[in-house]
Design a protein around this ligand. Sequence first.
Ligand code: S3P
Length: 172
Amino acid sequence: MMSEAEQLTLVLVGPMAAGKTSIGRRVARRLDVPFIDTDKRIAREHGPIPAIFEEHGEPHFRQLERAAVAAALEEGGVISLGGGAVTDAGTRELLLPHPVAFLTVSPEAVADRIRGGGRPLLAGDDPLESWTRIFEERRGWYDEVATRMFDTSRRPMQRVADEIVTWRRELR
Ligand code: S3P
């Protein structure tokens, strides 16, 4: 495995359902580097995310997430974080040395993407209202860690991915 210094690294942050996993996978393929989804890593090691929230609470999840982010950054490649990773000061500090793409999306565009389960923070009666409120609460943190913002509301995911690839290559 390549060391962090050699591996091209790029982190994707943004609200739930902004396309971090789908775009991250495409970007990694184009850049020919590994793709890491920290939510998937956490679930693989500790079980489903809703169960972690329910049994141990959100602060415990944020600790697991911080450890997963640290490990992923050691490995390098394209790394997609969960929407709430930026709420943790330790995680934000880990991101400082790295290029971070902030994927944003409008409430109109996200409405169709947040149906279905698996997201404990959207489990209430009005998922879109929760999504919007949570995004507003976190907006300052996304801006703080972001190197550049990309809007995923209207375009095909592949086009957004291509834009990110072009930008990341220019940074080398
Ligand atoms: C969360 C987002 C989720 C997942 C967990 C908590 C959040 O990831 O980490 O359910 O706090 O916004 P996605 O952004 O991939 O939905």
